[in-house]
Design a protein around this ligand. Structure first.
Ligand code: SF4
Length: 351
């Protein structure tokens, strides 16, 4: 077991420690681990058990994160370490997020960045599990990656403390923040074992204050997490607090892990949510996990011209000017970073 002293914790009486990385703020007794099982108190010092210990490494198109308005067409080196601070019963990465042991292979920051370069990636993505809980590994990798000209992105459940956001923000270019069930507090309590959703909204505001590009997803789960009122509330909050130009991805659920009896989300439900979010003023709303659906594409909010055509993670047609405007009406389209018209590759796994 490799130990690496943790960031962001406070020593407490009786050799206890308080972890301040995620909003659980676990108070951890000597010899115990936190809720995520990958941060351990040894004699009053908190250690990460997953530093430089990757459980997955893949080269992905950036559309898989999903990021649609950030370096479109780029390739990202995706890494994950074991563990999670949620207990989602539908997790599609449960084999690596909900492990009681701490698996992984030694994959230090220098090697991550070298592998990214060898794979012709433009950025590094900390993803698949919850990057907040492998902060030390992500932080050192992101810092090195930035120095060498790569961008960094988190795919996160957003359950971060403001101090965790401020710690990684200087090296973080973009974040995909994943909601489930429209952010319904009861859903989070019963299905994901999360006591409050409020910290997610606070983390989003902190990410925005720190200039990180934000895209938001919402997983729509039939019957238990498909309320149209929750979509309305979430879309309105995003518009009022993060901005009307925030990309909003409505994701199709598929049965997995402990939720195999619930069917996949119907296209009708997804389309209703899509229209609702657009009518509420989020023009860059997308439907995800439905390859070939027209709502995967980017359209001009002014004249409805098709600007970027997608099929799943692949961009199949570009129709933007070089300065990222609609070629018909000239409207500026909010896209951060350069376009990468020839960057597509099928995702491939290194381990
Ligand atoms: S990162 Fe882990 S140990 Fe720290 S507060 Fe969150 S769940 Fe607890």
């Amino acid at each position: 077991m490799s130990l690496h002293e943790a960031m962001l914790y406070e020593k407490q009486p009786d050799n206890k420690v308080k972890c301040c990385l995620c909003a659980r703020r676990c108070l951890i007794n000597d010899g115990a681990t936190g809720f995520c099982l990958v941060r351990k108190n040894e004699g009053g010092t908190l250690y990460s058990l997953v530093y430089a210990k990757a459980v997955s490494a893949c080269v992905d198109p950036i559309g898989k994160k999903p990021l649609s308005h950030f370096n479109p067409g780029a390739l990202v080196m995706s890494i994950a370490a074991a563990g999670c601070n949620f207990r989602c019963q539908f997790c599609d990465n449960w084999m690596i997020s909900q492990e009681k042991e701490v698996p992984g292979r030694h994959f230090p920051p220098e090697e991550v960045v070298k592998t990214a370069r060898d794979g012709n990636c433009q950025g590094i993505s900390y993803t698949y599990t919850e990057p907040t809980i492998f902060m030390e590994y992500a932080y050192d990798t992101a810092k090195l990656a930035r120095e060498l000209g790569f961008f960094n992105t988190f795919v996160t459940n957003g359950y971060m403390t403001p101090e965790a956001v401020r710690t990684i923000a200087p090296y973080l270019d973009a974040a995909t923040v994943d909601f489930k069930g429209g952010g319904d507090p009861d859903f989070y309590k019963t299905v994901s074992a999360v006591p409050s959703v409020d910290p997610i909204y606070e983390a989003l505001k902190e990410l925005k204050r720190n200039g990180v590009h934000i895209e938001i997803t919402n997983l729509i789960i039939p019957k238990i997490g498909d309320s149209i009122n929750r979509i309305k509330e979430l879309a309105t909050w995003i518009k009022d607090n993060i901005g009307a130009e925030t990309p909003f991805h409505l994701l199709r659920f598929h049965p997995d892990y402990k939720m195999t009896t619930i069917p996949a989300t119907s296209i009708e439900t997804l389309e209703k949510a899509y229209m609702t979010a657009k009518e509420l003023g989020l023009p860059y709303t997308y439907i995800g996990n439905v390859p070939g659906h027209p709502a995967e594409n980017t359209y001009c909010p002014s004249c409805n011209e098709l600007l970027i055509k997608r099929h799943s993670f692949e961009i199949t047609k570009w129709n933007l000017t070089k300065d990222k405007r609609c070629p018909v009406c000239g409207r500026e389209i909010p896209i951060k970073g350069p376009l990468h018209p020839s960057g597509y590759s099928l995702p491939y796994s290194l381990f």
